[in-house]
Design a protein around this ligand. Structure first.
Ligand code: UT7
Length: 320
């Protein structure tokens, strides 16, 4: 596989830390030093579909490809306003494509898992062109009265067009069933035959546990994909890590003993947009012409499940 186009779209509403201080017992200083987040975008005027379609159209334009050329759409999403139909099928209509569509929910590791699925589909010759969209609206499931959780998240969408190529150098995925650390329990509709009392409520997170699991998993997995390829951390141009907490990114950087310039971040602008963080950052690096053909990139993500995904990709670019 290779990535030949990227695009991203964010909601227009910017919610700064100072705006949150007005509604919660917190401070810009606490949020900035503990997480790195300065502001985030929250969906209010637009819908998740609006920004997902916008990101997808930008990626197609970047790849110089029509939506009718797509053979498959994979959408990574952890929650949206529809349990069914799939978000990918809704986005398909928005971009005027006619190919099969698939949603995956691997929480924040969704982009890396979607790349893995793409590689497999391309290898067996099932398809030629795939659109991956990561579209996330975590603001829908956090309780905005809980200061430990709400300050972290933001909404956003990003897409990538994938086609045949030889750019995937290594991939490592894992899932370790760990529900209590991070979950959102969906409410059951009225059912006279099932009177179980279900617990319902907003997103629940054990921040400290996730933090420790994240640093340990990402450092282990990055070492693993480097070992698999015989590369060293010095050979990598950029480590594009899941933007969950700047301190987590910094811990991974220090473990690998690499300069700050190789660990780009945008968590300060968007917070944690779940599976969209890595493709949004990739799009920003690409559009600001920071990526050069031949650059080796590491993507490393972790999320609810507990899931992890880390890969090494060579950046070919798209001649734009
Ligand atoms: O995509 C994966 C999603 N999740 C993550 O990646 C989460 C990973 N974990 C984290 O990012 C961090 O654990 C948090 C940012 C969630 C919390 O940071 P922490 O350094 O682990 O703080 P803490 O939970 O130990 O809380 C320290 C103190 C507590 O007060 P006491 O008990 O020391 O008096 C909290 O009540 O900070 C308090 N606190 C706050 N204070 C001001 C917690 N949230 C806030 C807040 N503002 N927003």
């Amino acid at each position: 596989m290779k990535i030949i186009g990227t695009g991203s779209a964010l909601p227009s509403l910017v919610v700064t830390n100072d705006m949150i201080v007005d509604i919660l017992d917190t401070s810009d200083e606490w949020i900035t030093t503990r997480t790195g987040v300065k502001e985030r975008r929250i969906l209010t005027e637009e819908t998740l579909t609006d920004i997902a379609v916008e990101a997808a159209k930008k990626a197609l334009e970047d790849a110089n490809m029509a939506s009718t050329d797509l053979d498959y759409i994979i959408c990574s999403n952890l929650v949206n306003s529809y349990a069914t139909p799939s978000l990918s099928s809704i986005i398909q209509g928005g971009i005027g494509a006619s190919c099969p569509c698939l949603d995956i929910n691997v929480a924040c590791a969704g982009f890396v898992y979607a790349l893995d699925i793409s590689e497999a589909f391309l290898k067996i010759g099932k398809v030629k062109n795939i659109l991956i969209i990561c579209a996330e609206e975590p603001s829908r499931i956090v309780d905005w009265t809980q200061r430990e959780i709400s300050i972290l998240f933001g909404d956003g969408a990003a897409a990538a067009v994938i086609t045949k190529g030889d750019d995937l150098k290594a991939m490592h995925l894992s899932t370790t069933s760990t529900i209590d650390a991070l979950y959102y329990h969906r409410k059951m509709e009225y059912n006279p035959f099932n009177t179980k009392n279900e617990n319902t409520g907003p997103l629940v997170m054990n921040g400290k546990e996730i933090y420790k699991m994240a640093v340990s998993a990402s450092t282990t997995e990055i070492s693993k994909v480097l070992n698999d390829t015989g590369l060293s951390a010095d050979d990598i141009s950029y480590f594009i890590c899941h933007q969950a907490n700047l301190r987590i990114i910094e811990a991974i950087r220090q473990h690998l003993n690499q300069p700050e310039s190789k660990f780009p971040h945008n968590i300060e602008k968007y917070g944690n947009t779940a599976s969209a963080t890595i493709p949004i950052l990739l799009d920003e690096l690409h559009k600001s012409k920071k990526l050069k053909p031949g650059d080796l990139l590491v993507f490393s993500a972790f999320g609810a499940g507990f899931t992890t995904g880390t890969c090494i990709i060579r950046w070919s670019g798209n001649n734009n």
